[in-house]
Design a binder for this molecule. Structure first.
Ligand SMILES: Cc1ncc(COP(=O)(O)O)c(C=O)c1O
Length: 385
């Protein structure tokens, strides 16, 4: 059998080893060293965000966001059911009730037309997820949020450098969470960032990230000793990880160019086939500049999806499904989730399949993926065991 094609492969850009060696030589392997500062400055300048704080993961950035809005029992958080568990868990951890919104069938993003009826006087935040690097309808979501005085926290895990009507995603909410997990566009293994767009939250964000202490103020010489001033935890990554991340951030144009090529190859070569077979390809609305995070197919049924996964596997190609509906999970049911509550989420969860996607995916390998997809019989899906 020919060489197998993985779903994801972490790709280096060249300076990672050198920067990590430098970080070791600096003698500052813990958090908030010179490389962390450079990553902060890079992201603040690039995204035009008031304050960026690297975190150990996007999960932890979301947990910080929950602490920053004082989320607690009695509060409700609206988020799409079609998302990663951390989007919900961060708020459930604080005792809040998660309210599941359904998604749009075209972008898989929170359906803004179904958002308003979910808002109650207990709604503490709305958490849109920009799925696959394509922005949610932020104008409509922001209008509803503003009308009801509810803050927005963006889960921007997939969407660093995506734009909505010219403005970067991650800059619409009072807070936004970023992921640098090895499956993302820009990586450091495990890592994340909190984008703080609301100035009033900056000081407390620094404190929460530093175990509830005012250590950051101490290092800036603003206080003469540091002490326990609030709740918090240890959310700052080692400077070794920041060194890795800086190398990736600096190569961001090259990375995005490569990912754009991969995405466009799939789109161009599968477009006609998709039209003939009724398979849906990703949709990018006018006004959205995507981040080229992934490429997916939406098959006509669960049987088709499972059969295609097996067929590709038999060809040595790893394709994967994505989120299972959170509202139907054991935890989700505790928040009132039940069958048919979010029908689009349920359908997409059954039918969506992600194709291999990474920066250095060779064109000849993509050609193999495309040929294998096209060779799949849509007529009578049969599982290849
Ligand atoms: C939408 C979304 N949010 C949050 C996360 C969590 O990211 P991390 O692994 O950096 O905690 C993921 C992970 O893939 C995700 O897909």
């Amino acid at each position: 059998m020919s060489r197998s094609i993985p779903f994801n492969r972490p790709c280096l850009t060249g300076n990672e080893y050198q920067y990590i060696s430098q970080a070791i030589a600096n003698g500052h392997a813990s958090g908030d060293g010179p490389f962390t500062r450079k990553c902060h400055e890079f992201l603040e300048k690039e995204l035009q965000v008031g304050k960026v704080l690297l975190t150990t993961s996007c999960t932890h950035a979301l947990e910080m966001a929950a602490l920053l809005i004082d989320c607690g029992p009695g509060d409700e958080i609206i988020l799409p059911s079609f998302t990663f568990v951390s989007t919900a868990n961060a708020f459930a951890l604080r005792g809040a009730r998660v309210v599941f919104a359904d998604i749009r069938p075209d972008t898989m993003n929170l359906d803004e037309s179904r958002l308003e009826p979910l808002i109650t006087k207990r709604t503490k935040a709305i958490v849109p997820v920009h799925y696959a690097g394509v922005a949610c309808e932020m104008d409509a979501i922001a209008e509803i949020a503003q009308k009801h005085g509810v803050p927005i926290i963006e889960d921007n895990a997939h969407s660093l450098f995506a734009r909505y009507h010219g403005r970067y995603t991650g800059t619409f909410g009072c807070l936004a969470a970023q992921s640098f997990h090895e499956t993302k566009n820009i990586i450091c293994g495990e890592g994340g960032a909190l984008l703080v767009n609301d100035r009033d939250l900056v000081e407390r964000a620094e404190i929460i990230r530093e175990k509830g202490t005012n250590r950051s103020q101490f290092f800036r010489g603003q206080v003469d000793k540091y002490t326990w001033v609030d709740v918090g935890s240890s959310y700052l990554p080692s400077d070794l990880l920041a060194a890795f991340l800086l190398a990736q951030l600096e190569a961001r144009q090259e990375i995005q160019k490569k990912r754009r090529r991969v995405w466009e190859y799939y789109y161009q070569h599968l477009q006609d086939w998709a039209q003939e077979t009724g398979v849906r390809l990703p949709f990018v609305p006018a006004g959205c500049e995507q981040s080229f995070h992934m490429f997916y197919l939406v098959l006509p049924s669960l049987d088709h999806r499972q059969a295609l996964v097996s067929h590709l596997k038999s060809e040595g190609i790893l394709s994967v499904f994505h989120y299972t509906p959170l509202h139907l999970s054991r935890m989700g049911q505790k928040f009132g989730g039940e069958q048919a509550r979010c029908p689009v989420t349920e359908e997409i969860s059954d039918c969506l399949l992600r194709l291999p996607f990474y920066n250095d995916l060779a064109e000849e390998d993509q050609a193999r993926v495309v040929a294998a997809v096209k060779a799949f019989s849509m007529e009578r899906p049969a599982l290849v065991l």
